[in-house]
Design a binder for this molecule. Structure first.
Ligand code: 5AD
Length: 347
């Protein structure tokens, strides 16, 4: 089959196998793939881009992830924790500036007990109709259950890589099997679930990326964060090369044509690696973007990887800037919460 025929088949059947995905990923000519991904995005998600406010509220982490600057062995990082009411205050500021979703993200920090997170969720829900996405890592089933009852809507837990051996090497504190178990729990509890992975982790092959995409399909995720790996100088992977952003665009595009109704953000790591490809991502399947809203003093310290684009800019100014950017792209700013896209909410 020609590449074009393979792409058409995936568009039509929403099915693919590893070989077909590898074949598309290996092909240098991306015109047809990108065109189809953009069409599918338009058909199933429309022209709206969803803006999400993210509050990175603690950079303490109990994990040892080899690629991440927050890993507990990185003693060069100054640590911070936001107070519970401070988190709520920034969620309210985000809401007043037009954000309808707030993503609460942190390192795996057990200082924030089940009850503390419950308090934050309930307080934020009193502010208005604002969707809450949690991204706080692996916790007890009872924690996830309680937070769902408190009103949390979504949960992001990336699978990072679908290669079990590579996953276990990169995450010495945990295991791939565990990760899948947690993702299953989140589905069971009826969160809108997000997963995702990094592009060009050392040791990764195109087959791995094909498995990553197929795992998203199998998990039936509502959203997927896919971004290039960025080496952090204070981690074990400091000497590895940054991920290829063109490959990232291809992976986004295949994810779009295979999964169809899925929220795909342009990740910060893509902005850091090649800002021009952020724009391209919005034409190869992406329909979501996140902006940090916690105070600048904390943004600087949430250093998963170095980010030279960080600016000391207020929530309001940044909101205006991003709205202008979206208009410049010829796209619309969503005024909805941007919940999971289901058969009944899309064409
Ligand atoms: N490069 C790119 N992405 C990274 N993440 C963590 N470290 C890196 C890195 N060095 C991503 C992971 C994690 C999310 C919070 O950030 O996918 O889930």
């Amino acid at each position: 089959m020609s590449i074009k025929a393979t792409i058409d088949k995936i568009v039509e059947t929403s099915k693919a196998d590893i070989n077909e995905i590898v074949e598309i990923l290996s092909c240098d000519n991306t015109d047809y793939l990108f065109k189809k991904a953009n069409e599918i995005r338009k058909k199933y998600c429309g022209d709206e881009i969803h803006l999400r406010a993210i509050i990175e509220f603690s950079n303490y982490c109990r994990c040892d992830c080899l690629y991440c600057g927050l890993n507990r062995k990185n003693s060069f990082l100054s640590k911070y924790r936001m107070e519970l009411d401070e988190i709520v205050e920034y969620a309210e500021k985000a809401y007043k500036n037009g954000y309808k979703t707030v993503v609460l993200q942190s390192g795996e920090d057990l200082w924030y007990t089940r009850d503390k997170i419950s308090y934050i969720i309930r307080k934020i829900k009193e502010i208005g109709d604002i969707a809450i996405t949690l991204s706080v890592g692996e916790r007890d089933y009872e924690d996830y259950k309680q937070w769902r009852l408190d009103g949390a809507d979504r949960f992001l837990l990336k699978h990072e890589t679908a290669d079990e051996k590579l996953y276990n090497y990169l995450h010495p504190h945990s295991s791939f099997k565990n990760r899948l178990k947690y993702l299953k729990w989140l589905k069971e509890l009826e969160y809108q679930v997000g997963s995702g992975f990094m592009i060009d982790l050392p040791g990764q092959k195109l087959e791995t990326l094909a498995k990553d995409i197929l795992l998203l399909k199998e998990l039936d995720v509502d959203m997927a964060g896919i971004g290039p790996f960025v080496p952090h100088p204070k981690t074990e992977l400091r000497n590895s090369l940054p991920g290829d952003t063109n490959l990232t665009l291809k992976v986004l595009a295949i994810t779009r044509i295979l999964l169809k109704r899925v929220h795909l953000p342009t990740t910060t790591s893509l902005e850091v690696t090649n800002i021009k490809d952020r724009k391209n991502a919005f034409y190869t399947g992406a329909n979501v973007i996140m902006r940090k809203v916690q105070p600048y003093k904390y943004r600087k310290l949430y250093e998963i990887y170095p980010n030279p684009n960080l600016k000391d800019i207020g929530i309001k100014e940044e909101r205006i800037e991003i709205e202008n950017y979206i208009k410049m792209l010829g796209r619309k700013i969503s005024d909805t919460r941007g919940d999971a896209i289901t058969k009944s909410t899309s064409s």
